[in-house]
Design a protein. Sequence first.
Length: 402
Amino acid sequence: MSVATMTSRLATDWDVVPLGLIGSRRSVKNFGMAETNLLSLSYGKIIPKDVKGADGLRPETYETYQIVEPGDIIFRFTDLQNDQRSLRTGLVTQRGIITSAYIAFAPDCRVVDPQYLAMLMRSYDTSKVFYEMGSGVRQTLKFDELSSLRVPLPSLNTQRRIAAFLDRETGEMDAMVVKLDQLIEALHERREETVRGTLISSEAQWANLGLVTTSTSGAGFPHRYQGVEGEDLPFYKVSSLSSLDSSGFVKDDKNSVSRQIARELGASVIPPHSVLMAKIGAALLLGRFVQNQVECCIDNNMLALFPVANVLLPDFLAYSMTLVSMDLLVNPGAVPSLNVAGLRMTKIPLPPIPEQQRIVTHLDRETAETDAMIGRTEKLKSLIAERRSALITDVVSGRKEV
């Protein structure tokens, strides 16, 4: 949805102004470690993190970070073209520091209510406005581009009324989503316990993954080839790992290439029933392992594992990946990356093929109900998110009076 569409039905007494007229960029470096309250943008919320945490992903110094104040709006505009799922805006509620890779915007409270503006930016976020601004070959948005963004501006009293209404209404939805997340987590834990218990209890020798699988890395996927549907081969990106069909196979039709383009890109054709996973970026830590049902290509942030024929069944490999601890296979550095050698050394059980098939049949039966419950819960969660997004957009654009 474009900004023009969102502002086309505003109340007659609402102004539309550039964002740069109702605030300014905050850019205060944390020299001398003046502030140690580390903040992070996570799922659309600005949350505190342990500044002394030792997870191997922290910078050498936080003096390069920026100091932010309550009421600031944070924008994360990195990697716009490769990640169109993340929430990229958040409202700061406490003084602290956050990476300078993000834009911190300080609203002028004399003309705009920070909570109203945060809700408005969230509606732009979920309506994919920022991706339209970041089209073409650009992977980021600069503040100069952001400052020209047109925003609806009712009176301060109206803004505050809108913020209070949305805070109340979305609060109820958010509470429900939290409960659904807890249910989904519990279901995943139940499923994992079932799979792990079955695999570990099997009386089988164990083998290194590198001996029973072949691995293939993905290829670069230039933006000029993205967004094409209907070609020979789907081209999956990391975000595709969360797009599954009812059987649990990856299904993402937004990008595809011809076999000729695949050859030009040097992209390997991944055979069906490989196990796909992230190998670079935060998604690596999620430990998502999914199978492809058709031949495909993958981008250079991904890795594919394919079992050696007559040694390892694809479905048994997929279940066995539950035993892999990804937190032990992450190389230290600012960006998480997979220790591929360590992955190849990771051991999985390797019973004879008939026993593998028996275990797969057993696990398919034991996990079917749990998977169905996860699917239904995820669908309900998506419906709530859609309703939340539509409500915010309608209210902050004046289409719905409060």
